[in-house]
Design a protein around this ligand. Structure first.
Ligand code: GAP
Length: 458
């Protein structure tokens, strides 16, 4: 596991997982661009989610709703009225803090700032003579509300421009389409709608690499169920998400549940799954029992019925919603932190090895010619294997260095074409974790790798 964020950030940039957004302009704070490897890793996580949450589940449907939604959506959802964070500013150096996190941090986790009211936060800052960590002064504003909604404008002229919002969560796209999906698929309650897409939040203190950013993705999954069955679904999805993370290869001891004391405006019960990042525990998933709050509010504000008609009992009701939501950007960060290892080898060398589950590794196979003489044969093999696997090809540098490069980016299998290949059609297959090499026939590569990957299948 990685020890500190700085090492991880340098590693991610140098290997092509994540780059600072708009870097050549000095960067846009808290935006990150995924490089070739990061992009593949995140896509593999999203594919695994699709398989687990949509494909393998009965009555589960994926949609792709618009990011820009009618502003009344956010009035109905309660975001315009309540999607605020508590902010406090240092009057001396003007640094702005998210007050609840600030208090948790300065108390070294002894006080849960999230559970305090605005008045209690002010009282804590005063009573404990809290100093600004940037300039050392004790001179703060009162704790005030800070809207997390990202505003933009639509309209063709300055005069007719009106404010609209970039969605702060995907969920509302699933709620406003609840009856569209139910009718077009003829689904019966309980059924689920999921989607993967971007969300935007004007976070006060973004940071910790890509943990808290202003633009991020969510994989959200809403289960529409009958009141009375909601708590059962809630408990079920808490476990379902944890198992998903373990199957992605995250070590169980680095995961924990965190039940919410202070609930969001829509929730009856809520629990996070947190990962033990180098900077501390941080949320990667949330399970929320949202009751019938959202659909009732959309019915009220839109004037359109959100009721479901049970075809068997003819009963009409607004379903309850149990939400399971995951941030794939945070999962990428958790998986990289978890998989990063520095190993001391027998020859006193150290190797960096990314012990990713082969199921989500950016490349499954690297094809390497031992010398340039085998390049043509190796390229042909690379092309052939690329029909079935995401492969990398590398002919630059010594074979030892090339193995190390693949270890560092988590490629589970290296296939080396050497002097004997031309004569006997055999190659070596090297395992990333054990570093063991075996001689195998070219015609068996696909079968052998498929079999080895089978045990990691998600
Ligand atoms: N629809 C419910 C909802 O949005 P949330 O707990 O606010 O709930 C869900 O967000 C997930 O989205 C979180 O568990 C986290 O993984 C991810 N997420 C939230 N804010 C984020 C941010 N600023 N940067 C990166 N990921 C974020």
């Amino acid at each position: 596991m990685i020890k500190d964020m700085q090492t991880l950030m340098v590693f991610c940039k140098s290997r092509g997982f994540l780059y600072q957004g708009s870097e050549i302009y000095g960067g846009l704070a808290n935006t990150w661009d995924y490089g070739p490897l990061g992009c593949r890793l995140k896509n593999n996580i999203k594919d695994a989610w699709r398989k687990r949450y949509i494909q393998e589940r009965d009555n589960s449907y994926e949609i792709d709703a618009a990011i820009l939604m009618h502003p009344k959506t956010w009035e109905a959802s309660g975001h315009l009225a309540s999607f605020y964070d508590p902010k406090v500013d240092c009057k001396e150096c003007k640094t702005r803090f998210r007050a609840d996190n600030f208090i948790t941090d300065i108390s070294n986790g002894e006080v849960n700032g999230d559970a305090l009211s605005y008045e209690q936060m002010e009282e804590y800052i005063e009573k404990n003579n809290v100093k600004c960590p940037v300039c050392g002064a004790h001179n703060f504003t009162s704790v005030r509300k800070f809207s997390q909604m990202f505003e933009t404008y639509r309209g063709t002229t300055d005069e007719d421009k009106s404010v609209i919002y970039l969605r702060p969560e995907n969920a509302q796209g699933e709620y406003v389409n609840f009856l569209n999906v139910q009718r077009t698929t003829r689904a019966k309650v309980p059924f689920s709608i999921g989607q993967i897409g971007k969300a935007f939040r004007n976070e006060i203190t973004p940071g910790n690499f890509n943990f808290r950013t202003i633009e991020f993705e969510q994989m959200e999954f809403q289960t529409f169920c009958k009141k009375g069955t909601d708590s059962e679904f809630y408990n079920y999805f808490k476990d379902f998400a944890k198992k998903f993370f373990i199957d992605l290869g995250i070590q169980e001891e680095n995961l924990r549940y965190h039940d919410h004391e202070k609930l969001a405006h829509y929730a009856k019960e809520a629990c996070d799954i947190e990962y033990k990042f180098p900077f501390g525990w941080g949320e990667i998933n949330g399970t929320h029992n949202r009751t019938d709050y959202d659909l009732s509010r959309h019915q009220e504000v839109s004037g359109k019925s959100m009721e479901y008609l049970d075809p068997e009992t003819n009963e009409k009701y607004i379903p309850y919603i149990v939400e399971s939501t995951i941030g794939p950007d945070r999962v990428v960060l958790a998986i990289l932190s978890d998989a990063y290892n520095e190993e001391n080898l027998d020859n006193d060398e150290t190797r960096i090895v990314l012990k990713l589950s082969p199921a989500i590794a950016p490349y499954k196979i690297a094809v390497l010619p031992l010398t340039k003489k085998q390049a043509e044969q190796a390229k042909n093999l690379y092309k052939e294997l690329s029909y079935d696997f995401m492969c990398s090809y590398d002919e630059a540098g010594s074979i030892g260095k090339r193995y190390r490069r693949q270890d560092e980016i988590g490629t589970p299998y290296c296939i080396t074409v050497d002097f004997d290949t031309e004569n006997d059609n055999t190659v070596t297959i090297r395992d990333r974790d054990t570093m063991k090499q075996e001689r195998i026939n070219i015609k068996d590569i696909k079968e052998i790798i498929t079999k080895r990957m089978e045990q990691y299948k998600i």
